[in-house]
Design a protein around this ligand. Sequence first.
Ligand code: GTP
Ligand code: MG
Length: 313
Amino acid sequence: MISFRREKFVPLGGPSGGNGGRGGHIILKATTEIHTLYDIGNKRIFRADAGGPGAPSLCTGRSGQDVVINVPVGTLVKDLVTGDLLADLKDPDQTYMAAEGGKGGLGNAAFKSSTNRAPRKCGPGTPGQSRKLMLELKLVADCGLVGFPNAGKSSIIRKLSSATPKVADYPFTTLKPVLGLVSVAPGKSFVLVDIPGLIEGAAEGKGLGHQFLRHVERSFCLAYVLDSSEKDPYGQYQILRKEMEKFHPLLLTKPKLIVLNKADLGDFKLDKRWKKEGCQIVKTSAITGAGLPDLKGEIRALIGEKGIRQEGW
Ligand SMILES: Nc1nc2c(ncn2[C@@H]2O[C@H](COP(=O)(O)OP(=O)(O)OP(=O)(O)O)[C@@H](O)[C@H]2O)c(=O)[nH]1
Ligand SMILES: [Mg+2]
């Protein structure tokens, strides 16, 4: 704004044009209230308001309203063009400045100097930032349930937590990951994640592929859920491990637990190879509930007291 103070009894009042306000920022904020990026996917362009113009009497323009985009905890922010990782929003309430609003221009009062006491110029504001970002969600759970389709992963998470993923007797019932909060003591809990089933060749795109494994990448430990009524659960376990290794070898180094589910379908002899490999085994039945308290206890022990979350997470 270019303006001059004009007032009775104040001759040569001097410049009084205020600066413009800054443009609104676009801010990403991690929240525990949502668990998917679906809503954000529907709206692809986010725009914040421009700042207001400066006004006479040294009034600065109003700032543009910031746009805060809520994203689930565990969202990675990447540059769409280069693919560089810009931020990892893994803590609740963590924020990332996705695009900064432009600065307001200077009013003529800002140009006042001892040699130019009546400047008739003002400065332009700067344009706001515009960026193309890619958001990727990697859920943050303490323990991931992995296994072949139909092994009973969803049935187990239903029994242990209040999550209610669909359970059915056909493969690939679960199509997207489901989080479940398992309480272990008053005010204390851990988070389980149920991901779609894996099959041999998932790394090459068979079944639902293996991209869901990224959701267990950050899990502290893994529970391999196997159908104990199948011919060779140990062989299945080896196949699973191979597929997981193809996704990321570090997955194999996570603390683990073997869950032989569907124990109600008959007594089975435990394969000696489990013992040889030193695998920790829990027999469960998601139908009768047998072994589930043990499973909960074992997962809790794997995670350790430090990893157990206080309520309010
Ligand atoms: N008898 C018996 N049946 C079970 C048990 N656990 C699960 N089932 C049944 O097995 C079928 C598959 O269970 P789900 O929980 O959907 O299996 P899932 O591993 O989540 O399968 P996907 O989502 O397809 O990967 C359902 O018909 C369940 O009722 C169990 O302990 N005993
Ligand atoms: Mg399932």
